[in-house]
Design a protein. Sequence first.
Length: 294
Amino acid sequence: MSKGIITSVTASILFAVMYFYTSLLAPLSGEEMFGWRMLLTLPCVTLFMWFSTDLHLVARVWRNIAQRPMLLLGSMGTSALMGVQLWLFLWAPLHGRSLEVSMGYFLLPLTMVLTGRLVYGEQLSHLQKLAVLCAACGVGHELFQHGSFAWETLLVAAGYPVYFVLRRACGNDHLGGLWTDMCLMLPAALLFIVQGQLSPADMEARPLLYALIPILGVISASALICYVMASRLLPFSLFGLLSYVEPVLLVGVALLLGESIAPDQWLTYLPIWLAVLVLMFEGAKHLARSRRAV
């Protein structure tokens, strides 16, 4: 289990490093970074799936599409939803919107809980209800202060549940589905690279980019592979608990990049962070019970 914990924390650290790494890639735009990330990450993920004997899952996806062509539209939808999230992750640090994206990742576990309740009829525990109540206080304060959440926050908090629901509906909620999503992103990725602002003159002015751009792909692929490995090595509850490490690190990166939490935002952040702590406490209790049962 210790190997799984180390792998999960490593994945969170690598995602945070990639968050900061974007600041080193000027003059690339967020769209160009997204393009290079996809172009360089997919071959690494393909190699990983080959070594882990998971490539047959890709064949399963396309076999299902051949039998039910409408599933191709579903796959295109999940690919677009994931593509927007991956683009936002790289775009936000370049435009001073890291805290807004980080808040979306803090809200995500709660929106996933609510999605389970509303879409799949899953029952909420007492602690989950308490967490939702705490988060509602933070949401209510933000709405009272500003009338709405930042669009970046809403895109993360609401977009990922839609993505996961659609993947499950298409029967692609496995590595083969993820590979297909990334593969369908390639045309957009190549378009962003070809139409990007990066010129030969930029490369001559910053020859370090010849190394920095490939390293972006290495970081991205390593983070994704560590994340997948951790999901296989750890009990689901512990894996879920450790997923909270990433948004904490993202807030740290945002502050490191010069962003700050305004005084009128603390009553938004604190109740939502308290809601996350409640969910972590519930996960820890569940994990302890599971260990005693074993």
